[in-house]
Every structure is written in structure tokens, then in C-alpha cells.
Unconditional design. Structure first.
Length: 489
């Protein structure tokens, strides 16, 4: 066990301790982010610990999902551990607690494998008197005979003892020890329970602050007893409000689908810095009214005092799978990103769509569409015509300018053919030549440019015309205008 000077050190040691039994949940990601921000704000240490002692439910796919999600977020950690590599420590501390008379063997089959009894789940069940009162000699005899048992903490009874701690978010918390059940430390197979392994590791690693979800708040009373049995000072606890769906229920994949998985946001084209920004505003707020915040802003501003007590709602629906605030913040971060980095983020999306997308062309296209997309995945639809060999089918009627007819559209496109064939293919030259052509036709620029835009892009809503023409190139533009004239015929 570390000495108390480690726990009381000015620089905090915090940990993120996911259980690899599923994907990386958005709530877990927020817990990681809050721990990371607290550590970095206070020049402390960030510990990543896989709580992988639940061997029946742990999967390598879940481990991979956790690391994939954390690496996408781009936040580092200073130390890394696996609980499964520390089992000897857990069992040794369980034996030490038993030797102090603070635990007893429970040979009862009904409870022998139980990991996480709770009064709410077990009704009036608080202990197993027959096992709790079993003499040490009889307990030793039965254990030596090979009977399986769970090791249970002997919670103080009938003393009127009050368990108490001050949570950094929820304030003073108290509970009578008589209301806490004799919880398991070791299962009947000898594996440590969550309660034991977590506390032993937190004490051994010198964790000074435990920042975790509010659903662990009631577990803290059990953990206080374990820290006491380990002769270790308890960390400072801070429990975070839950993330809930619009109907108020806790977010879960079973009920709410993939929208609660971090990788869903990644695959949809959220920027990690925007996703972090969004999650931070779920249950925490800075002292001012800012919403758009960089990682540097968040690190400088983050304090536990800013964490709210009320559960945070993630607003989504079947029609809109992502929270509108998340999408809005992502669009803002896209616009704030250096164009070179944004282009590198968009590159995989174009390649996955099957486009021949050279980095040079992606960079040129990125400058034209960055204001038109809210998530990276939208770039494929916003810019497909830059990469496609042939345009998607479109209605020839869209070629006809406002207050005009097919004959006028043909005159505009024929004039455009002549201009594009003879004019230097740069923005300023094209701008002047096409505007002059519109004037000669007696048209306003907007009226003349619509048929050209539809002809080369296949749609009315597209990036600025002259920049688009330059990126597409002379040959592509002339080919598509020729095809448009055929459509009009």
C-alpha cells in the first residue's frame, strides 16, 4: 500500500477503469475525458486500467473497441495496467482482510458465486447469519475439505455506525452500515469481485481522486469499508451525472442502438475535438457561456466545481440520430480546422466511396466544401461530382435558367463552351470572360451561371462556380456541357 503522502500529494493521480465487456460507451468516454482534463489541468497523472476480472464477459473485441475509441479521441495516458495481471495482489489483500476477522467464508451455494449483492436486488437480504457466525475452526475445516466458498466482507452490525464521505459533486453522503449487505470480495472460483479489485488497485496505485459515473455512488460506502480494511486513506470521490435519452432513461445500446457507441460518431465523421467539446458540455459547464471550446480551452477551464448534479440529456431521434448540438459544434470545429488537416480527415471518406482522390485534389475540393458540411461523411455527397467519371442523372429542366426556356439554356451553354475553350483556366480569367458573355446575352450573371453550374455539377446547389470550374478542369467542364446540350436537345 502507498503511504498517505502519495494520496495527499498536490499533483493528483486519477484513473479510467473500463470493463472490456462491450463497446466504448459515450458515457465511459466522457468519464475518461473528465479524468484526463482534471489530470492535465492540475499537472497530475492519468492512469488507464482495464478492469478485466470478469473473465466470462470480457472479449478481445471489446478491448479493441475501447482502445480504438480512446486513440480516436487523441488523448493520452501516463500509465497502463490490467487487473487480470494483478490477481495475486487482489487475493493476497483478501486473505489479509480475512485474517483480520473482517471477512468470512460463505459456503452457501445460493450466494457463493454472487459478485454484487445489493439490498434492492435481494430485498431484506443483508447477510448469511449461518455463515457469518460460523466458527473459524469450522470454516477452516470445511475449506480444507474442498468446499467452495465466496469470501464476504463482515459489515459491522448493530453498532449504529454511520458511513460518510463528501462527494465533490453531490456533497455530503451518509448511510448506516446496518443497511449495507455483506458483499463479496472473492467469488467461489477465487476471482476477485469488482469491489475488491477496484479498491485494492486504487490504493496500490495511489489514486488520489476517483471520478466516475453517478451509478457507482452507492458502491462508495462498500469501498470505504475496503479502504479502511486495507489501512489505506480513501481517495476523494467525484460522481458524474448520468447521460440519459430524451425519455429520461439511461443510455444503453440494447435500447437506444449504436448512437451510444463512440465509434458511431467516429464513423459518421465527427472530429474528435468536436466530440470531446460536446461531451464536456453534457454535465459540465465553464464559468462563462462558451460552447465552442478547443482542447486547450477545456483543459484550462475544467474544474470539478463545474460539474452539474442533474442528469444530462442526449437529444436524438430516429429521424435525427445525433444531438443537434453535437452536429453544430462539429460544423464549427470543421470550419476552424486548418484546411490541410481537414483534407487529411476527409481523404479516407472519399477513398471509402471508391473515388480516385489524390491528396492534391482533395485539398482543392476541401477548400470549396468546408462551409457546406457539418460532419465529414457529408463531404462525399457534397463533392461527388468532383471525382465521378459521369454525373449522376439529373432533370434537364434544372438547366433552364429562371425566367427562361430551353432555347435560352442552349444559348448560354454554347456561349460557355466557347469561353471555356478559349480562356485561361484560372479564377479571375473565367470570372471576367463568363460575366462578359452573360452581358452579351443580355442576362444577369446569376441567370446565366445556373445552366453552367447544373451542367458541370449536376445540381443547382454547389460550391462557387469559378473555383469549381478550375478544380474540375477544362476537359471535364467541356465534356459535361456537351452532355447537357444533348440532354436539352
Amino acid at each position: 500500500m502507498p503511504d498517505s503522502t502519495v494520496i495527499g500529494a498536490a499533483a493528483p493521480r486519477v484513473r479510467f477503469a473500463p470493463s472490456p465487456t462491450g463497446f466504448l460507451h459515450v458515457g465511459s468516454a466522457r468519464t475518461f475525458i473528465f479524468n484526463w482534463l482534471y489530470a492535465r489541468h492540475n499537472h497530475g497523472t492519468m492512469v488507464l486500467r482495464l478492469d478485466d476480472t470478469d473473465v466470462e464477459r470480457n472479449t478481445q473485441a471489446s478491448v479493441q473497441s475501447i482502445f480504438d475509441g480512446l486513440r480516436w479521441l487523441g488523448l493520452d495516458w501516463d500509465e497502463e495496467y490490467k487487473q487480470s495481471e494483478r490477481l495475486d495482489l487482489h487475493r493476497g489483500q483478501a486473505e489479509a482482510i480475512f485474517a483480520k476477522g473482517l471477512a468470512y467464508r460463505d459456503f452457501t451455494p445460493a450466494h457463493a458465486g454472487d459478485d454484487n449483492q445489493s439490498s434492492s436486488a435481494q430485498g431484506a437480504w443483508l447477510s448469511n447469519p449461518g455463515m457469518r457466525e460460523l466458527s473459524r475452526e469450522e470454516s477452516d475445516r470445511r475449506a480444507a475439505a474442498g468446499e467452495t466458498f465466496a469470501l464476504r466482507y463482515r459489515v459491522p452490525r448493530g453498532e449504529g455506525r454511520v458511513l460518510r464521505f463528501v462527494d465533490s459533486v453531490y456533497g455530503s453522503q451518509t448511510k448506516l452500515a446496518d443497511e449495507v449487505e455483506d458483499f463479496a470480495l472473492l467469488r467461489s472460483d477465487g476471482m476477485p469481485t469488482y469491489h475488491l479489485a477496484s479498491c485494492v488497485d486504487d490504493a496500490d496505485l495511489g489514486i488520489s481522486h476517483i471520478i466516475r459515473g453517478q451509478d457507482h455512488l452507492t458502491n462508495t460506502f462498500k469501498h470505504l469499508l475496503i479502504f479502511e480494511a486495507l489501512d489505506a486513506p480513501p481517495p476523494q470521490f467525484a460522481h458524474l451525472p448520468l447521460l440519459v435519452a430524451p425519455d429520461g432513461t439511461k443510455l444503453s445500446k440494447r435500447k437506444h442502438g449504436p448512437v451510444v457507441s463512440v465509434t458511431t460518431y467516429r464513423d459518421a465523421g465527427f472530429l474528435p475535438e468536436a466530440f470531446i467539446n460536446f461531451l464536456c458540455l453534457l454535465g459540465w459547464s465553464p464559468k462563462d457561456d462558451r460552447e465552442f471550446m478547443t482542447l486547450g480551452d477545456l483543459t484550462a477551464a475544467f474544474t470539478l466545481e463545474g460539474v452539474n448534479r442533474a442528469n444530462a440529456v442526449v437529444n436524438f431521434s430516429e429521424e435525427s440520430p445525433f444531438d443537434a448540438k453535437a452536429v453544430h459544434l462539429n460544423a464549427e470545429h470543421i470550419r476552424a480546422l486548418p484546411v490541410e488537416r481537414l483534407a487529411s480527415c476527409l481523404q479516407p471518406f472519399f477513398e471509402q466511396a471508391g473515388f480516385h482522390a489524390t491528396p492534391e485534389k482533395v485539398l482543392a475540393v476541401t477548400q470549396l466544401i468546408r462551409e457546406r458540411i457539418k460532419v465529414l461523411r457529408e463531404a462525399v455527397g457534397a463533392a461527388d461530382f468532383f471525382f465521378a467519371e459521369e454525373l449522376a442523372p439529373y432533370d434537364p429542366a434544372e438547366l433552364i435558367p429562371q425566367k427562361g426556356d430551353a432555347a435560352l439554356a442552349r444559348r448560354v451553354l454554347e456561349a460557355a463552351q466557347q469561353v471555356l475553350a478559349a480562356t485561361p483556366f484560372d479564377h479571375d480569367s473565367l470570372d471576367k470572360a463568363l460575366r462578359d458573355a452573360a452581358t452579351q446575352l443580355g442576362l444577369k450573371a446569376g441567370q446565366a451561371f445556373q445552366p453552367i453550374r447544373v451542367a458541370v455539377c449536376g445540381r443547382k446547389n454547389a460550391p462557387p462556380l469559378f473555383e469549381t470550374l478550375v478544380v474540375l478542369g477544362r476537359d471535364v467542364c467541356l465534356k459535361r456541357i456537351g452532355q447537357a446540350l444533348t440532354k436539352l436537345a
